[in-house]
Design a protein around this ligand. Structure first.
Ligand SMILES: [Zn+2]
Length: 478
């Protein structure tokens, strides 16, 4: 089926004046939302509920009747529904999360991480990228759709929105940055009606990336699984004056070295499609390098990665073609002259589709080798990899919406190296795409802004993204 042409774009039906006002509103709301420091883990609890209430107030300001749930103290999530006339099938879901990772102004931020400054063409602050910017885009789309109802003399909280054949669900949840079990995970188990949809969009895709002179828009169709293991290394306590081979710290350090060594690449179907589609859009030299990246020889794959792209993208690609192990926490020792008899290493593992939890346990034991008998493994977190179809009505529409807004842009499918709330939605069978549309200036270090210092999102990037998300919503529901 050829993708819908989106000609004309639904957004073209609105006058420029409306878009200017919508954009101004979006930027103001985003800055405001950044000022609510909805840090996860919350200490003390509360700021996530504050953010949910701030978003709910925004939704009420244009006539919706949102629902705020607080299943755990201070952990607020907010939901709203715009009605269609019920002739178009199951709803469309605009998903997001409202929590952010911690930020410390003393770490060198140009603007305070919770000041919500708008300066030099950016909205600055923790969450601008991950992911209050997308929250603001989604709320911006709801605002425009609600205005349709009001212009027709209807109540946007109750009446079908003119032109919508299916409902639009908005869900902005707490706790994503800590696994989402007290946010989207709880909602899936207890209020699935708030999330059940024919498909939806979420964070972390649809953002332009300039590679070798072409502008690509990776649409996130899959995400890696996540496992966390704590490894207790047992040695023998002793006096520091007489070193021992079974010093637990020394063994743990060797274990870390073995675990952190990158494993063999494996190209999954989504990554194969990505490499092929990117190669098709580039010249023959770059295409040849990409063929090596996806080839059978790990050394040539690595050499090609080094040769072809920006280290930021190479690091992401390297992670997307293998299971990764990243040591994160190391504890050992009590006093300098005591040989430690115990050490603890916590490792963060990201798995490709096709790698099972059992595979990972075996891989850890294999890498530990002769150290394995000294180690106890404890799995403390597990989440399966997820993927959505790289075809079908919604995926084709996302591609068409990018092309309509940026005819030179090349939409491609991609896997995220990290996990999102998509892992919870998969339990409801909701196909979810990472699609928070932004057109960046070439050279923007966007990937480095996730959880980074000086997190910020371009005002013009948002200006481009709002009509794209509107086109997607209006077309899928129209
Ligand atoms: Zn996020």
């Amino acid at each position: 089926m050829p993708p819908p042409a989106l000609d004309p774009r639904p957004s073209a039906a609105l006058p420029d004046m409306d878009w200017a006002a919508a954009h101004e509103h979006l930027v103001g709301f985003l800055a405001d939302l950044i000022r609510v420091p909805s840090i996860n883990p919350p200490n003390p609890p509360g700021p996530e509920l504050d953010a949910a209430n701030r978003i709910a107030a925004e939704l009420r300001s244009f006539g919706l009747e949102p629902e705020v749930l607080e299943p755990f103290p201070g952990r607020g999530s907010v939901f709203a529904r715009l009605r269609g006339d019920d002739t178009g099938g199951d709803p469309f879901l605009l998903l997001s999360h409202l929590d952010v990772v911690p930020a410390n102004a003393a770490d060198g931020w140009t603007h305070g991480p919770f000041d919500g400054d708008v300066a030099d063409g950016y909205v600055w602050g923790r969450g601008a990228v991950d992911m209050k910017g997308m929250v603001a885009l989604e709320v911006g789309v709801l605002r425009l759709l609600a205005a349709r109802a009001r212009a027709a003399g209807l109540d946007p909280a109750r009446d079908p929105i003119p032109g919508l054949r299916r409902d639009v669900l908005f869900a902005c949840t707490a706790d994503e940055e800590n696994g989402g079990w007290e946010g989207a995970g709880w909602v899936v188990d207890n209020r699935p009606d708030l999330l059940r949809a024919a498909g939806g969009v979420n964070e972390a895709g649809g953002v332009s990336a300039d590679i070798a002179g072409r502008r690509f828009y990776p649409i996130q169709v899959a995400e890696k699984g996540h496992e966390v293991f704590r490894i207790l290394v047992h040695g023998t306590w002793g006096h520091g004056s007489m070193p021992r081979d079974d010093n637990a710290l020394v063994m743990a350090a060797e274990a870390v070295r073995r675990l952190a060594t990158p494993g063999e690449p494996r190209i999954t179907p989504v990554m194969r499609t990505l490499l092929d589609e990117v190669a098709a859009a580039l010249g023959p030299d770059q295409a040849a390098l990409l063929a090596e990246v996806g080839g059978d020889d790990p050394r040539r794959s690595e050499a090609a990665l080094r040769a072809m792209c920006d280290p930021m993208y190479a690091r992401a690609l390297r992670a997307l073609i293998r299971d990764t192990i990243s040591p994160g926490i190391f504890h050992a020792g009590t006093k300098y002259n005591i040989i430690p008899g115990e050490a603890e290493v916590t490792i963060d593992i990201r798995t490709l589709p096709g790698t099972t939890p059992d595979d990972i346990r075996e891989e850890i034991l294999a890498r530990l080798g002769d150290l394995a008998p000294h180690c106890d493994l404890e799995r403390i977190h597990t989440a399966i990899p997820v993927d959505a179809p790289v075809s079908g009505e919604l995926y084709d529409l996302l591609r068409a919406a990018i092309r309509a807004a940026d005819p030179d842009g090349v939409p491609v499918p991609v896997m995220a190296p990290f996990a999102t709330d998509g892992k919870h939605l998969v339990r409801l069978g909701v196909p979810l795409y990472g699609f928070s549309p932004l057109r960046l200036e070439p050279g923007e270090r966007f990937l480095e802004r996730f959880h980074g210092i000086d997190e910020r999102v371009g005002v013009d990037a948002l200006r481009w993204g709002l009509p794209v998300l509107y086109d997607v919503t209006a077309t899928f529901c129209g």
